[in-house]
Write a protein that binds this ligand. Sequence first.
Ligand code: 6GU
Length: 235
Amino acid sequence: MRIDVFTLFPQWFDWFRTQRHVANALGVGHTLACVDYRATTPLSAGQVDDTPFGGGAGMVLRIDVVEAALRARYGEDPVDATARPGRRVVALTPVGRLLDDAYVSELAAEDELVLLCGRYEGFDERILEHFCTDRLSIGRYVLAGGELAAMVVCDAVLRKLPGALGHEDSALEESFSPALEGAPEYPHYTRPAEWRGWTVPDVLLSGHHANIRAWRLAQSRARATGDAGSGRPLP
Ligand code: 6GU
């Protein structure tokens, strides 16, 4: 998987790259590059945004700036670059499609992800219409920019790729995965088996794999239906 993040703050991702599972993914050949809109802006003084037509607060990322950055990176008209099979060009915007496990899996199946971060009031709408395949939101609240959302996407996508997690099964049976019928994951326990009188469910110490499996599925389903909405295990 090749991931390119277009941003005004490329250095924010330096820390992100040091995360263990991100570093692992990059170590097995996946890439995460940042492209600075300011490096190729056709405007003077590093300008990248402008005031909205019709008035109103805030600034809007300009389409000529985004086009210049995409052209410099891909060497072709961004309309054609966006149409390449195996590539998704994703604008990060609070009004996009909500990110969930299925959406993450969809993105993880692509060869190339291009993530466009907006700042301020967001993107000129024509960027979304002509240069993007997707509009993605990580939740119904507004962040100051798309960078943190881009990191959320990269984190969630990279950990689905082979080689990112220490244990290959860890991403299979996790919260919201098809293996758990889309339900939240069951509770986990580790040593000590008792702490301040707080014990671990007996079944987990029984060594009886079929019973453990049944208990975990029941816990997961109960969480899905809100029976264990507190996150505490059922009796
Ligand atoms: Cl993707 N961007 C911004 N700016 N705010 C958000 C978001 C994205 N997702 C939720 N809020």
